[in-house]
Design a protein around this ligand. Structure first.
Ligand SMILES: [Cu+2]
Length: 256
């Protein structure tokens, strides 16, 4: 009878302890958080925020954006390997009325990761339009955890990672169309691939604040200031990032 009683206790401890271990470890291993404030390109009117937590090469990405062409897919990428800047609408070098992906490349570089909803996230999926978010009501709320390459990781560390969302209804027709064809794929309208929003992924301090504030009295002041500066939305995002990381690790553990 004693064994029958003891077994459930062991099982409960085994189930609970890994979760505690994961949340403690991720705070102390130095996961880094980055944030991009998205600015509109091609007069899209798009606004939004990207948040990325990198733990080694494991990236948890959250994007909230609005003002996009409703009901249409929007390619989204980390661009890397250039100046870590965004172009402006004045960078329409060929005068076709669009700042294109090619014209933006000197600023934000090539695709480092494709922020798809399922499957491959490499540059190979850069135009996998059926695996990018559709902007229901003109908004995108994206979250995914996946592995990035070493060069993407390096770009985050040296400040040259840039978040770019594509797809803009420049002529206001309600669809991707028009006479100008894409510089990336001549079978697609330029509107489908032209950048709609861009933001440089800069280091966010929020990743370290909760641990310091919780452990020491001195840290609580800095933590409060960060919370005020970053805002409630970012804090909610931080919680979701942590939850996503745990969920991801559990999946990894299940597969192992
Ligand atoms: Cu892109």
């Amino acid at each position: 009878m004693r064994k029958a009683l003891a077994l459930p206790t062991v099982a409960l401890a085994a189930a609970a302890f890994p979760l505690l271990a994961v949340s403690t470890a991720s705070a102390h291993e130095g996961a880094h958080s980055y944030q991009a404030d998205l600015g509109a390109l091609n007069q899209s009117g798009v606004q939004g925020t990207g948040m990325v937590t990198l733990d080694g090469n494991t990236a948890t990405v959250m994007i909230e954006a609005s003002g996009l062409l409703a009901g249409s897919p929007h390619a989204q990428h980390f661009h890397i390997g250039a100046q870590g800047q965004c172009p402006t609408d004045a960078d329409d070098e060929n005068g076709d009325g669009f700042v294109s992906v090619t014209e933006g490349a000197p600023y934000y570089g090539a695709i480092g990761s494709s922020l798809t909803t399922t499957g491959d996230t490499s540059p190979d999926s850069g135009l996998a339009i059926d695996r990018f978010p559709t902007a229901e009501g003109g908004s995108i709320s994206y979250e995914r955890t996946f592995e990035v390459s070493d060069d993407v990781h390096a770009a985050f560390e040296d400040g040259t990672a840039v978040l770019v969302l594509h797809g803009v209804d420049k002529n206001g027709s309600g669809a991707y169309d028009g006479d100008v064809m894409s510089d990336l794929d001549p079978s697609l309208p330029m509107e489908a691939t032209a950048p709609a929003a861009c933001g440089v992924l800069e280091t966010a301090q929020m990743g370290a604040a909760p641990a310091g504030g919780a452990e020491t009295g001195a840290g609580s002041t800095a933590g409060t200031e960060n919370q005020a500066a970053i805002g409630i939305g970012a804090l909610a995002a931080a919680g979701a990032v942590a939850a996503g990381t745990v969920a991801y690790r559990r999946r990894q553990a299940d597969q192992a």
